[in-house]
Design a binder for this molecule. Structure first.
Ligand code: ADP
Ligand code: MG
Length: 287
């Protein structure tokens, strides 16, 4: 991938692999993942359920160590949970005894900063995602989609340069989701020049249209063990708008990704058959 001014990519994976050790034996989640995400780039990951998308975000964030290969964020080897990252998990994981506002303020406390200094920003973020009236509520008083929006505010509180987002809009209805997509592009910095001004975002989704509307590139993963089946550049003009979704190019790119997903599935099932035929075939854990 091209890199600007000799600056290393924001995220760099070199032949990364991940094998979970479970009571019933090793589970190979990821194999041989090499990927550079540039600073300021918006990259989406699509792939079948269970292909290792969440695992990939976890090893980049340093929440789990990869079992093979190397991972660097901003040129630094990932050895432990990284700071300066906003993470949105597949499930909202809010603390149920805290108000929505206090949940959003949590990263400030964890970073040893005064939450009071972030209060206004937290309230502004909540208003931005339509939760202005819910700051004082507890998480159980919110729907799943509203909780997820609160967890997005929490990830944005400290304005991190890197966002790792795991199906953040999966629980939202289609219309809210479309609105949130365009809002996320604004937060990312779509209006600003490409490069350092924008956040770097790695975004997991099940939705091909969502991946296309948001991304600079879409990485298509194969079935487990997840490998990179294809990388599709999304050369649609920015800023993207509601009209973008109706364009011919949008349809063409969506179809290309759909086909790449299908090829990834076919390839994985062929590999599975070949592996099963070999004596002693199957998954071996890497150390
Ligand atoms: P995705 O997010 O693409 O649906 P995951 O990364 O959640 O996939 O999971 C990839 C594979 O790894 C799945 O087969 C899943 O069962 C397995 N897996 C995920 N987390 C763990 C874990 N903590 N322990 C054991 N196996 C896991
Ligand atoms: Mg997942």
């Amino acid at each position: 991938m091209k890199q600007s001014g000799g600056v290393e990519a924001s995220i760099k994976l070199v032949r990364a692999g991940m094998v979970y050790r479970t009571a019933s034996g090793p589970v190979e989640a990821l194999r041989d993942i090499s990927l550079d995400v540039e600073r300021g780039e918006f990259v989406s990951l699509v792939g079948p359920s269970g292909c290792g998308k969440s695992t990939l975000l976890r090893i980049i964030a340093g929440l789990r160590p990869a079992t093979a290969g190397a991972i660097r964020v901003d040129g630094m080897q990932v050895m432990r949970p990284i700071s300066n990252v906003g993470m949105v998990f597949q499930a909202p994981v809010l603390l149920k005894w805290r108000t929505v506002l206090d949940n959003v303020l949590l990263p400030a406390e964890l970073a040893g900063r005064s939450p009071a200094g972030y209060r206004q920003r937290a309230l502004d973020l909540l208003r931005l995602v339509g939760l202005g009236d819910f700051a004082g509520k507890r998480p159980h008083e919110l729907s799943g989609g509203m909780q997820q929006r609160a967890s997005i505010c929490r990830a944005l509180l400290l304005d991190p340069p890197l966002l790792l987002m795991d199906e953040p809009f999966g629980a939202l209805d289609a219309m809210t989701r479309d609105d949130m997509n365009l809002e996320l592009l604004r937060i990312w910095g779509e209006g600003r020049a490409p490069g350092g001004q924008r956040k770097t975002i790695l975004f997991v989704t099940h939705s091909i249209p969502e991946a296309v509307i948001l991304s600079d590139r879409v990485v298509v993963m194969s079935q487990r063990p997840g490998t990179i089946a294809a990388v599709e550049a999304i050369d649609l003009p920015r800023p993207r708008t509601v009209e973008t979704r109706a364009s011919e190019d949008f349809g063409r790119l969506s179809l290309a990704i759909y086909r790449a997903l299908d090829r990834g599935k076919a390839r994985a099932s062929q590999a599975g058959i070949a592996e099963a035929r070999q004596p002693g075939g199957g998954i071996r854990a890497q150390s």
